[in-house]
Write a protein that binds this ligand. Structure first.
Ligand code: MHF
Ligand code: KIV
Ligand code: MG
Length: 273
C-alpha cells in the first residue's frame, strides 16, 4: 500500500495490492514507531483497557480515555490513518449520542475514522455516521465487548448458521457505507468467503491468510504483558528489555555507580562544600 494511506486508499485496496498492515497503539512513542515502520492503519483500541490500564477486560474503558489516547497517537503521527475504537456502551443504545461521541473522536482527538463492534443494531448507525462524514470500520466475528452476553472469547462462526449471520452483517455494513471490515477470531475459510463476497477490504485478526490485511495488538507483537491470545505472534521481547533497563538503574544506584560525574555538576558556592 505504501505509506500514509487515506480512508479512500484503504477502501479501494484490491487483491493485487500488498496485504494491509494494522496494529494498535495507545501512546505517542509507540505510534511514532508504527508510522516509522510503515504500518498502514493504527487503531486506538479499547484493548488499552487490558493491555495498558490494568483492567481484565475492555468493558470499563471510557470515551474520555479513548479520546485521550487517540490524541496522543494523532499528535505523534503526521499522516497515518488513525482509527478510534468506540468503547462499550458509547454507541449501541442512543444513536444521537453515538454520532456526537464519534464526532468527538474526529474533532477533539484527530482520528480519521471510528470502529465499532458491529451487529444488527449498528447498520443504521453506520449509515448515519457515514452521511455525517465519519468513516466507519465495522468489527465482526469475536466482539469482546459482548463477553458477558456470549460467556467467553472463543472463536466465532464455528457453524454454518453463525457464519451465515456474520456474512449477512458484513454485507449490510458494506451497504451502509463502512470503508473496511475487521474480522476477529473466525475460521480462515469463513473469512475467505466473506472477503470474496465484499468489495471493501477485510482486515483479519485471528482470521487466517485469505483477507485483505492482517492486524494484531501492539503489546502482543512487542511482547509486553503476560498473556497473548492464541492467534498472536510475538516479534520482540520488550517486557524483558524494560525489566533489564530498570534493573540496571537499581543496581547502579545501590552500588554507587549512578550518578557518575557526567550526570551532575558541582558549583563553587561559598559555604556549600
Ligand atoms: N492483548 C490483547 N490481545 C488481543 O488480541 C485482544 C485484547 N488484548 N483485548 C481485546 C480483545 C480480546 N481478544 C481475545 C481475548 C482472548 C482470546 C482467547 O484467549 N481465546 C481462547 C478462549 C478463551 C476463553 O475460553 O474465553 C481461544 O482459544 O479461543 C481471544 C481473543 C482479542 N483482543
Ligand atoms: C481486537 C482489536 C482489533 C480491537 O478492537 C482492540 O484492539 O480494541
Ligand atoms: Mg476493540
Amino acid at each position: 500500500m505504501g505509506n500514509m494511506p487515506t480512508v479512500a486508499d484503504i477502501r479501494s485496496h484490491d487483491a493485487d495490492d500488498d496485504p494491509l498492515t494494522f496494529l494498535t497503539a495507545y501512546d505517542a512513542p509507540t505510534a511514532a514507531a508504527l508510522e516509522a515502520a510503515g504500518i498502514d492503519i493504527i487503531l486506538v483500541g479499547d484493548s488499552v483497557g487490558n493491555t495498558m490500564l490494568g483492567y481484565d477486560s475492555t468493558l470499563p474503558v471510557t470515551v474520555e480515555e479513548i479520546l485521550s489516547h487517540t490524541g496522543a497517537v494523532t499528535r505523534a503521527t503526521d499522516e497515518s490513518l488513525v482509527i478510534a475504537d468506540m468503547p462499550f456502551m458509547s454507541y449501541g443504545a442512543d444513536p444521537d449520542e453515538a454520532i456526537e461521541t464519534a464526532g468527538r473522536m474526529i474533532k477533539e482527538a484527530g482520528a480519521q475514522a471510528i470502529k465499532h463492534e458491529s451487529g444488527p443494531h449498528t447498520i443504521e448507525l453506520t449509515e448515519r455516521l457515514v452521511q455525517n462524514g465519519i468513516p466507519v470500520m465495522a468489527h465482526l466475528g469475536l466482539n469482546p465487548q459482548s463477553v458477558n452476553e456470549t460467556g467467553d472469547l472463543t472463536r466465532r462462526a464455528t457453524d454454518a448458521e453463525e457464519a451465515e449471520e456474520i456474512l449477512e452483517l458484513a454485507k449490510a455494513h458494506e451497504e451502509a457505507g463502512a470503508f473496511a471490515l475487521l474480522l476477529e477470531h473466525i475460521p480462515a475459510n469463513v473469512a475467505k468467503h466473506i472477503d470474496e463476497a465484499l468489495s471493501i477490504p477485510t482486515i483479519g485478526i485471528g482470521a487466517g491468510p485469505h483477507v485483505s490485511g492482517q492486524g494484531l495488538i501492539i503489546t502482543d507483537v512487542l511482547g509486553v504483558g503476560d498473556w497473548v491470545p492464541p492467534f498472536a505472534k510475538q516479534y520482540a521481547d520488550v517486557q524483558s528489555e524494560m525489566e533489564k533497563g530498570v534493573e540496571g538503574f537499581r543496581e547502579e544506584v545501590q552500588n554507587g555507580e549512578f550518578p557518575a560525574n557526567d550526570h551532575y555538576v558541582e558549583e563553587p558556592i561559598d559555604g556549600w562544600d
